[in-house]
Design a protein around this ligand. Structure first.
Ligand code: FE2
Ligand code: FE2
Length: 262
């Protein structure tokens, strides 16, 4: 079994301070093989916010990879955003914006979906998709980790990432298994909504720490991969509660090229 812990949208600078220590305790208690952080580590990409995010991530005992989110580049300083968008991210978190990790029979490929010219709306390019496809490992469960979702429900008010429909089509037919994303601050897990045969499972994280009142809850998920079986354990901390509730579990099975909810 391989255990991946998925964190997203920490938003240091606007974090729920009372939840930082309980979250860290839960992450370390889960003893994951790998932690994957899908962006928005900070709220405004400021140096102090990156210092807090970096300090938090260094206290995680498991190996960890991260990709940036749109909140990790400058919003208001246009010159800095366009000329050196990832300067603070690279200094505090990692130089590699598209890291790869291989643990057990799971391979995780990070993709940087941030578009500095558009700030909120992301982009995935044909070159990025070709690189992911070229590196798929036939002996592994192949996971793509990026900040922006590749598909979202019609009621979502944010624009879907540029290039997402084409990327999803090509990644599905190439045999990708799972997409981990964040950005919406709303949890969901399931096969993609349309245009597919259920071959790719999307795990859309809620926000792990953001304290915006509209978010209502913080959460993270633990994914246990065991051959074609996947058990997801979701840890939720409603804003109205002092900490995490008992976790809930859901199971999926990958058979005949598609995921089924059990
Ligand atoms: Fe976010
Ligand atoms: Fe975001």
């Amino acid at each position: 079994m391989t255990r991946i812990l998925h964190l997203s949208d920490l938003h240091f600078g606007y974090e729920r301070q009372a939840l930082v220590a309980p979250l860290l305790d839960r992450v370390n208690a889960a003893r994951p093989d790998l932690v994957v952080v899908t962006g928005d580590l900070t709220h405004r990409g400021r140096s102090g916010q990156f210092a807090a995010a970096g300090s938090f991530l260094r206290r995680i005992e498991a190996p960890l990879i991260a990709v940036p989110g749109n909140h990790d580049i400058p919003l208001f300083k246009l010159t800095a955003r366009l000329a050196r968008p990832y300067r603070r991210y690279c200094r505090a978190i990692a130089n590699d914006l598209e890291p790869v990790a291989h643990v057990g029979h799971v391979r995780v490929q990070g993709v940087n979906s941030v578009d500095p010219t558009a700030w909120q709306r992301g982009v995935i390019t044909g070159a990025q998709v070709r690189r992911v496809i070229g590196n798929l490992d036939p002996g592994c469960t192949n996971i793509l980790a990026l900040h922006h979702p590749m598909q979202q429900r019609p009621e979502v008010d944010k624009m879907l990432m540029k290039g997402a429909p084409e990327a999803l089509r090509d990644l599905q037919s190439a045999g990708l298994h799972v997409v981990l994303s964040g950005h919406l601050h709303v949890w969901s897990a399931g096969a993609f909504l349309r245009d597919g045969q259920g071959g790719v499972l999307q795990v859309q994280a809620g926000t792990a720490l953001c304290n915006r009142p509209g978010d209502r809850q913080n959460e993270f998920a633990v994914l246990d991969f065991d051959g074609p079986e996947l058990c997801i354990t979701r840890h939720v901390a409603p804003m109205s509660e002092p900490g995490f509730l008992p976790p809930e579990q859901m199971r999926f099975s990958r058979r005949d090229g598609g995921w089924k909810s059990l």
